[in-house]
Write a protein that binds this ligand. Structure first.
Ligand code: ZN
Length: 430
């Protein structure tokens, strides 16, 4: 549990999450590939690459060489606020506040009255080159203050926040003019004029906490979806992989629709799998046959029943924290799960001794979507949508079950270790 909270602490932005995941793969001896160069892969090899430094794909090749793929995909980003290019705003001759815009669909009220940090990346001019530097102020740097109730009597009656008015964080007094640019430049070991551009985001500095009568719950920022990114990497690194190519993938930009060059709706996964096949001397026909025999788990968290609002959840298909891995279903295929992928994944969980729960939305509630069905439009293969049950999704301080971290690691390890075979269209061996 504490190792997961430490992972979250070291991952204040999608760039940092991918940096942290990369460091864990480096420590495990994985070889870093460069998408801009040719892939030199050998049977038994273990590799990874990043795109935009905010999405990452790792793979292990079996000793027997090219084979079908077993993929677990999650996402590195979470709803937050992004600093605009010109973000320093003087107010009333007294304050410096930051002009920010929303990234993704957050619960706005949760961002108020909390110490906030600033993290992301900067492009720095160095000896005639542009170099990326990861930035994390690593301190309580800003705060979005609420209005006092005396001036906003309707605050408890459903107040509508205006993001351009209510949600601009205070950064300092008027002496703070230029201070953020200087602090970022100092973190880059550069002069302020050499910091050419940056992607900077606010993050909640509140430390993670394990709580409840017996420590059964934990809360921290960005559980959606760092919990799946972390547990899938732990499973990937600890598995004795089966006779397939195991793939660990974490995509950026799920919270804004995945439609970026590094998102699940890009060519990233297709590119990597096709180039892997080519590097292992598999023909295009062999690649297409292997894809038909491949399997993907799209891992993104699910909604646990809220104790105060059980009426919002389906009566028969609702899930609870610490109840095990959730399989998500949707008749309109917002979730990719069908009888085939649900059966295969359930069998694997049963063998691993991991409990499984099934989730659907109420039929009169429009649910969210995730990356599985988007990735499936590029790569058609049997895919199951899974996650762990959590409360307060898209709050800047979310809550989940302490036991579930281990359940997910065990389930995904069993998936990577399985000898999953598609015998024909409709018949499967595990
Ligand atoms: Zn998510």
């Amino acid at each position: 549990m504490n190792r997961f909270l430490d992972f979250v602490h070291r991952s204040p932005s999608a760039f940092h999450a991918v940096h942290t995941l990369s460091a864990m793969l480096d420590a495990a001896g994985f070889v870093r590939l460069d998408e801009g160069s040719s892939f030199a892969l050998v049977p038994g090899g273990r590799y990874y690459l990043t795109r935009n430094l905010s999405s990452i794909i790792a793979l292990t090749i079996p000793d027997s060489g090219f084979a079908p793929f077993v993929i677990v995909a999650s996402h590195s980003d979470s709803p937050t606020f992004k600093l605009k290019p010109h973000h320093e705003e003087e107010a009333l001759g007294q304050y410096i506040r930051l002009n920010v815009e929303r990234y993704g669909g957050m619960i706005m009220s949760t961002w108020l009255d909390r110490p906030l940090g600033i993290a992301g990346r900067a492009l720095v001019r160095e000896n005639g080159r542009l170099r990326t530097r990861l930035i994390d102020l690593g301190r309580d740097a800003a705060l979005i203050p609420n209005m006092p109730i005396h001036f906003n009597r309707e605050i408890n009656d459903g107040y509508k926040f205006n993001p351009q008015i209510d949600l601009l964080p205070l950064y300092g007094d008027v002496q703070a003019k230029g201070a953020l640019a200087r602090e970022i430049a100092a973190l880059c070991n550069a002069e302020p004029e050499n910091v050419v551009s940056a992607d900077l985001f606010l993050y909640n500095r509140t430390p993670g906490s394990v709580w409840g009568a017996q420590g059964e719950y934990f809360s921290c920022p960005r559980i959606d979806d760092l919990e799946c990114a972390y547990t899938s990497l732990q499973a990937f690194l600890s598995a004795q992989h089966g006779p397939h190519i195991s793939v660990f993938a974490v995509f950026d930009n799920e919270e804004v629709g995945s439609g970026t060059k590094q998102g699940a709706d890009s060519s990233l996964l297709t590119d990597v799998l096709a180039r892997t096949a080519a590097a292992l001397d598999a023909s295009d026909a062999e690649l297409r046959a292997a894809l038909c025999r491949s399997f993907m788990a799209s891992a993104d968290n699910a909604h646990a029943v809220h104790p105060n609002h059980p009426e919002k959840y389906d009566a028969d298909n609702r899930v609870f924290m610490n109840g095990g891995v959730v399989i998500k279903h949707n008749a309109n295929q917002k979730y990719t799960t069908d009888a085939v992928s649900s059966a295969i994944f359930s069998e694997i969980c049963a063998r691993a001794g991991v409990p499984v729960q099934h989730f659907t939305n109420r039929s009169d509630v429009l649910g969210g979507s995730t990356l599985g069905n988007i990735a499936n439009t590029h790569l058609s293969m049997n895919t199951v949508d899974i996650g762990l049950a959590q409360l307060a999704m898209h709050s800047c301080y979310e809550t989940a079950g302490s036991k579930d971290v281990e359940y997910m690691i065990r389930a995904l390890r069993a998936l990577y270790e399985s000898d999953l075979r598609v015998l024909s269209d409709g018949e499967y061996a595990i």
